[in-house]
Design a binder for this molecule. Structure first.
Ligand code: NIG
Ligand code: FE
Length: 421
């Protein structure tokens, strides 16, 4: 395994000297940076970092004559993005619905007509594992080229036992074939399939009695999710599913409060969810429930932007002292982009996060929401060397500011250069 010494870094961002697993409230804007810095990577880990110092650099080079020297003059180096919420395995794009949306139909109206998730589910029946694997691989390469080093991927376009298992097997294959770190989430409760219309609780029974046991038997999922929202699954459905998941050792990550104050945050916290995601409809009561819990609130700016929906009170949550993550929600219906640099821009422009807060939300706190933050998400000695090196840019603030283009020049994962533009 090679070692790399990155020298003359204009700005090294996302530093955590205490190797914490998440940052809350004010800690987020205190996510530190260093100017004129170095990072030394050895055996896939961050071995050392600090201000450029001639003696230290000389010593490292002496001790390790084979070290690859990378000059990062004028460049920003930061932890690779940790995207804690995506649906990036899907059979086909849905730009037709997008036109309906532009003409004024709501997300719920499209769903009621058999569009939306059910449209993807119908196509999923016909897609082969090979087709799904190859189209998702293209998306993974695309997000890596923009700096993502860890990603969570959900099932939920299957909605039959066979198709859900098919999706999860594809995710397993992606894990085995890509250097990016992947976590798999079982989302059988994404929508009620057509054939169960009016018999929602029977579909919940199917999830509990058939899908969960089979998913666990094949060890296909790290987490379990439910779309707990108006017009989708109720708090009672969610409670039953999470209870069953818990018995099989599956920790929840919940879709909550995207379309209404659904009670999803409360039921998620009740089951010690790793995260509750979306949160557009969040008020003081939900903020109090989150306070003191181990559940990460995850906001998905791409979905609110794309659907023209209200924005979650992210600024307020941080001001109230909560931690906060932001993820892409990469999916064909409500957020057809996995570009975390764009999420960072939205974090500042739409939600008023500082560049440091945005970086914390898309790196260390995202890593927490995937159960990976002991290893990933910040510049800390001993953590896995998953880093982005940008093209020459003035500094961290330029990353969200100069929106819409790719500023990442190199992606280093497990100490190896995986992307080089
Ligand atoms: O996170 N909200 C529920 N699920 C997805 C949308 C999936 C789709 O429309 O295909 C989301 O936005
Ligand atoms: Fe989602």
């Amino acid at each position: 395994m090679s070692s790399i010494l990155i020298e003359n870094i204009r700005e090294l961002a996302g530093i955590d000297y205490q190797t914490r697993i998440l940052l809350s409230g004010k800690e987020m804007t205190d996510f530190e940076t260093l100017h004129n810095a170095y990072v030394y990577i050895k055996e896939g880990k961050i071995e050392a970092f600090g201000k450029m110092d001639r003696d230290v650099i000389y010593k490292i080079r002496q001790q390790n004559p084979d070290v690859l020297i990378m000059d990062a003059s004028g460049r920003l180096v930061f932890p690779a993005f940790c995207d804690a919420h995506t649906h990036l395995v899907y059979p086909a794009s849905r730009e037709i619905e997008y036109i309906d949306k532009i003409k004024g139909l709501s997300y719920e109206e499209i769903a009621r007509r058999g569009g939306g998730i059910l449209n993807s589910a119908a196509r999923m029946q016909m897609a082969s594992e090979d087709e799904l694997f190859s189209s998702a691989s293209v998306r993974i390469e695309e997000i890596m080229s923009m700096g993502t080093g860890a990603v969570e991927i959900k099932s939920g376009y299957g909605l039959t036992t066979d198709s859900e298992l098919k999706m999860l097997r594809v995710i397993k294959r992606l894990k085995e074939n890509h250097p990016v770190r992947i976590k798999a989430t079982f989302l059988g409760a994404h929508a009620v399939p057509q054939q169960y219309k009016g018999r929602q609780s029977e579909y919940v029974d199917l999830i509990i009695n058939e899908m969960i046991p089979m998913v666990v038997a094949e060890d296909l999922a790290d987490y379990i999710d439910v779309f707990c929202d108006k017009g989708f699954f109720t708090v009672e459905d969610t409670d039953r599913i999470l209870n069953a998941g818990m018995k099989y050792g599956l920790r929840p990550k919940i879709h909550a409060n995207e379309l209404a104050r659904s009670g999803g945050i409360q039921v998620g916290v009740k089951y010690n969810a790793l995260s509750v995601d979306h949160l557009e409809f969040t008020e003081d009561e939900e903020i109090e429930v989150l306070r003191g819990s181990e559940t990460m609130p995850v906001v998905l700016p791409g979905a609110a932007f794309f659907l023209n929906m209200p924005y979650a009170p992210a600024r307020k949550m941080i001001d109230e002292g909560l931690p906060l993550a932001m993820a892409s929600d990469f999916n064909p219906g409500s957020s057809p982009s996995g570009n975390m640099q764009l999420i960072l821009s939205m974090a500042s422009i739409l939600y008023r996060l500082t560049p440091e807060e945005g970086l914390a939300a898309t790196t260390i706190n995202g890593a927490y929401a995937m159960g990976l933050s002991e290893e990933l998400g910040s510049i800390a000695v001993g953590k896995t060397a998953n880093l982005c090196v940008t093209r020459p840019i003035p500094g961290l603030a330029y990353l969200p500011y100069y929106y819409g283009t790719n500023k990442v020049d190199k992606l280093i994962l497990d100490g190896e250069i995986c992307v080089e533009h």
